[in-house]
Design a binder for this molecule. Structure first.
Ligand SMILES: Cc1ncc(COP(=O)(O)O)c(C=O)c1O
Ligand SMILES: *[C@@H]1O[C@H](CO)[C@@H](O)[C@H](O)[C@H]1NC(C)=O
Ligand SMILES: *[C@@H]1O[C@H](CO)[C@@H](O)[C@H](O)[C@H]1NC(C)=O
Ligand SMILES: *[C@@H]1O[C@H](CO)[C@@H](O)[C@H](O)[C@H]1NC(C)=O
Ligand SMILES: *[C@@H]1O[C@H](CO)[C@@H](O)[C@H](O)[C@H]1NC(C)=O
Length: 436
């Protein structure tokens, strides 16, 4: 903790930052009063198309009583967004261990830890983040600033704000190798910022000047382990490690990059808590990210952070001292993913109309065994003569996301594998029986 260099300068900073925050709060409260006269109900089409959580395809498919045999055969299965409801069963088994109660008078202040650069980070949550990374061995936390965000979605925006020069003649290019997470272009361009702009597939990128490359590993949608692809200086790398957990991929070494993003959504499955965290090496970058979150939401829900702290604690406890009732979290969900991939590959083979990515085994230093990636999504390719895979599967009442949204062609789709058992089983059964 070399950053707490001198108490003196810390006090100065503190006073300054309190003053700045107070005026900021006043301004934001005043301005949000004004805008509330004009209720905003227009959502960006781009974001609707891209974001996992916000893209809601509402289907009022008749839901038959579960007892009616055969009725399920006909039901629409929506696997378009990556809603991690699969994880509910583990947390149900944890019972009251992961329950917290927050009295009405608690967590009322805006501030959590005024001595910390990230003044809205709940110390308990910060502690559990460090503990979990130590146990799993998936990221270096020494000499890093932790910035908490409302999901890693907010942190992604905070990073863009923090690393783009604010006085440049033109916006900084943001790239990622295709197929890339469909939300990146949508979020990057939704406000038509003068600071940064989406520049597409990193492999095709040939513009001079500074750029931001998003490296998602394992990747959403195709599940491959990745490195940066733009081979030149002047680039800022942002590692989105939402899936760098042992249920999805072998943990070969602690990730040690300048900017790393994590989220509870895909690690513990608590997407609805809207909590993510960034591990940031550079103090100035961390400071600007904090600034962005001040501007956009004056911090991050304390209730959610306290709940996240408890969830991470129960998770870490389950790994360190498993008992009869509590299987270690990662072993438990690793087995669920392994079984789902086994069933999926079997169904694909049986049908003969599709193909899936292949992965090579790697040794996991956490689970002490070698295994292949078992991603949260199936990146499915429809073989000839099917041209539009999304449309084809929709005709079979399986809703997926088209490859087009990930920067590639319509012969691919992304399918969530994190739905509840019932829907997953129905899905593989239906897939297996599709023939032309
Ligand atoms: C690669 C990647 N990053 C970020 C997110 C969003 O995470 P959060 O729910 O924390 O905003 C997702 C969700 O699907 C994702 O796949
Ligand atoms: C299965 O999927 C349907 C449609 O997406 C959803 O309404 C339903 O709640 C799901 N069932 C379970 C058990 O999750
Ligand atoms: C990157 O470019 C340099 C030359 O500019 C080359 O020597 C090197 O092999 C390249 N690395 C990769 C990974 O392509
Ligand atoms: C664990 O299970 C064993 C055998 O089933 C039993 O004898 C023991 O009492 C259990 N321990 C706890 C803490 O429940
Ligand atoms: C992996 O092996 C190490 C060293 O033998 C051991 O401490 C650890 O508990 C093992 N991890 C798991 C998940 O079994």
């Amino acid at each position: 903790m070399g950053r707490l260099s001198s108490i003196f300068s810390l006090r100065h900073l503190l006073v300054l930052s309190l003053a700045a925050n107070a005026s900021l709060i006043l301004r934001v409260v005043y301005e949000s009063d004004k805008s509330s006269l004009n209720p905003v109900n227009q959502r960006s089409d781009a974001l609707m198309a891209g974001d996992d959580a916000t893209q809601k395809t509402h289907f009022s498919a008749p839901s038959p009583p579960p007892s009616v045999a055969g009725a399920a055969e006909d039901r629409v299965i929506n696997l378009d967004h990556g809603d991690p409801t699969m994880y509910e069963t583990f947390w149900q088994k944890m019972g009251d261990k992961s329950t917290i109660v927050i009295p009405g008078w608690q967590s009322m202040s805006y501030f959590s830890d005024v001595g910390n650069l990230c003044w809205f980070l709940e110390p308990e949550f910060g502690k559990e983040i460090v503990r979990l990374h130590k146990i799993v061995g998936n990221a270096v936390t020494e000499d890093r600033y932790i910035v908490v965000g409302t999901g890693s979605t907010q942190l992604f925006q905070a990073v863009l704000y923090a690393v783009s020069p604010h006085d440049a003649a033109e916006p900084m290019s943001v790239v990622s190798a295709a197929p890339y997470y469909s939300s990146y272009p949508a979020i990057t361009d939704c406000l038509k910022s003068g600071l940064y702009t989406w520049a597409g597939d990193a492999r095709e990128f040939n513009k001079d000047g500074p750029f931001i490359e998003l490296v998602t590993s394992p990747n959403n949608p195709d599940g491959h382990t990745r490195d940066s692809v733009v081979n030149r200086t002047g680039g800022i790398l942002v590692h989105d490690l939402a899936y760098y957990w042992p249920q999805y991929t072998a943990i070969s070494a602690p990730a040690d990059h300048g900017i790393m993003l994590f989220t509870v959504s895909k690690s513990t499955g608590h997407a609805g808590m809207r909590i993510g965290w960034a591990l940031v090496k550079d103090r100035e970058v961390a400071k600007k990210m904090v600034k962005y979150i001040e501007l956009s939401s004056i911090g991050v829900s304390k209730d959610s952070q306290l709940r996240a702290a408890r969830v991470l604690k129960v998770l870490s406890d389950s790994c360190e001292s498993p008992s009869n009732e509590t299987q270690p979290f990662f072993n438990s969900v690793y087995h669920i993913m392994a079984e789902r991939w086994r069933l999926l590959r079997e169904a694909v083979k049986h049908s003969g109309l599709f193909s899936l990515p292949e992965f090579s085994p790697a040794y996991c230093r956490f689970l002490n065994q070698s295994f292949e990636n078992q991603p949260a999504f199936a990146w499915l390719k429809c073989e000839e003569p099917i041209e539009d895979c999304e449309e084809f599967l929709r005709s079979k009442k399986i809703l997926t996301r088209s490859g087009r949204q990930f920067g590639v062609g319509p012969q691919y789709v992304r399918i969530s594998l994190l739905d509840r058992d019932e829907n997953f089983s129905l899905f593989v059964k239906r897939l297996s029986n599709i023939h032309l």
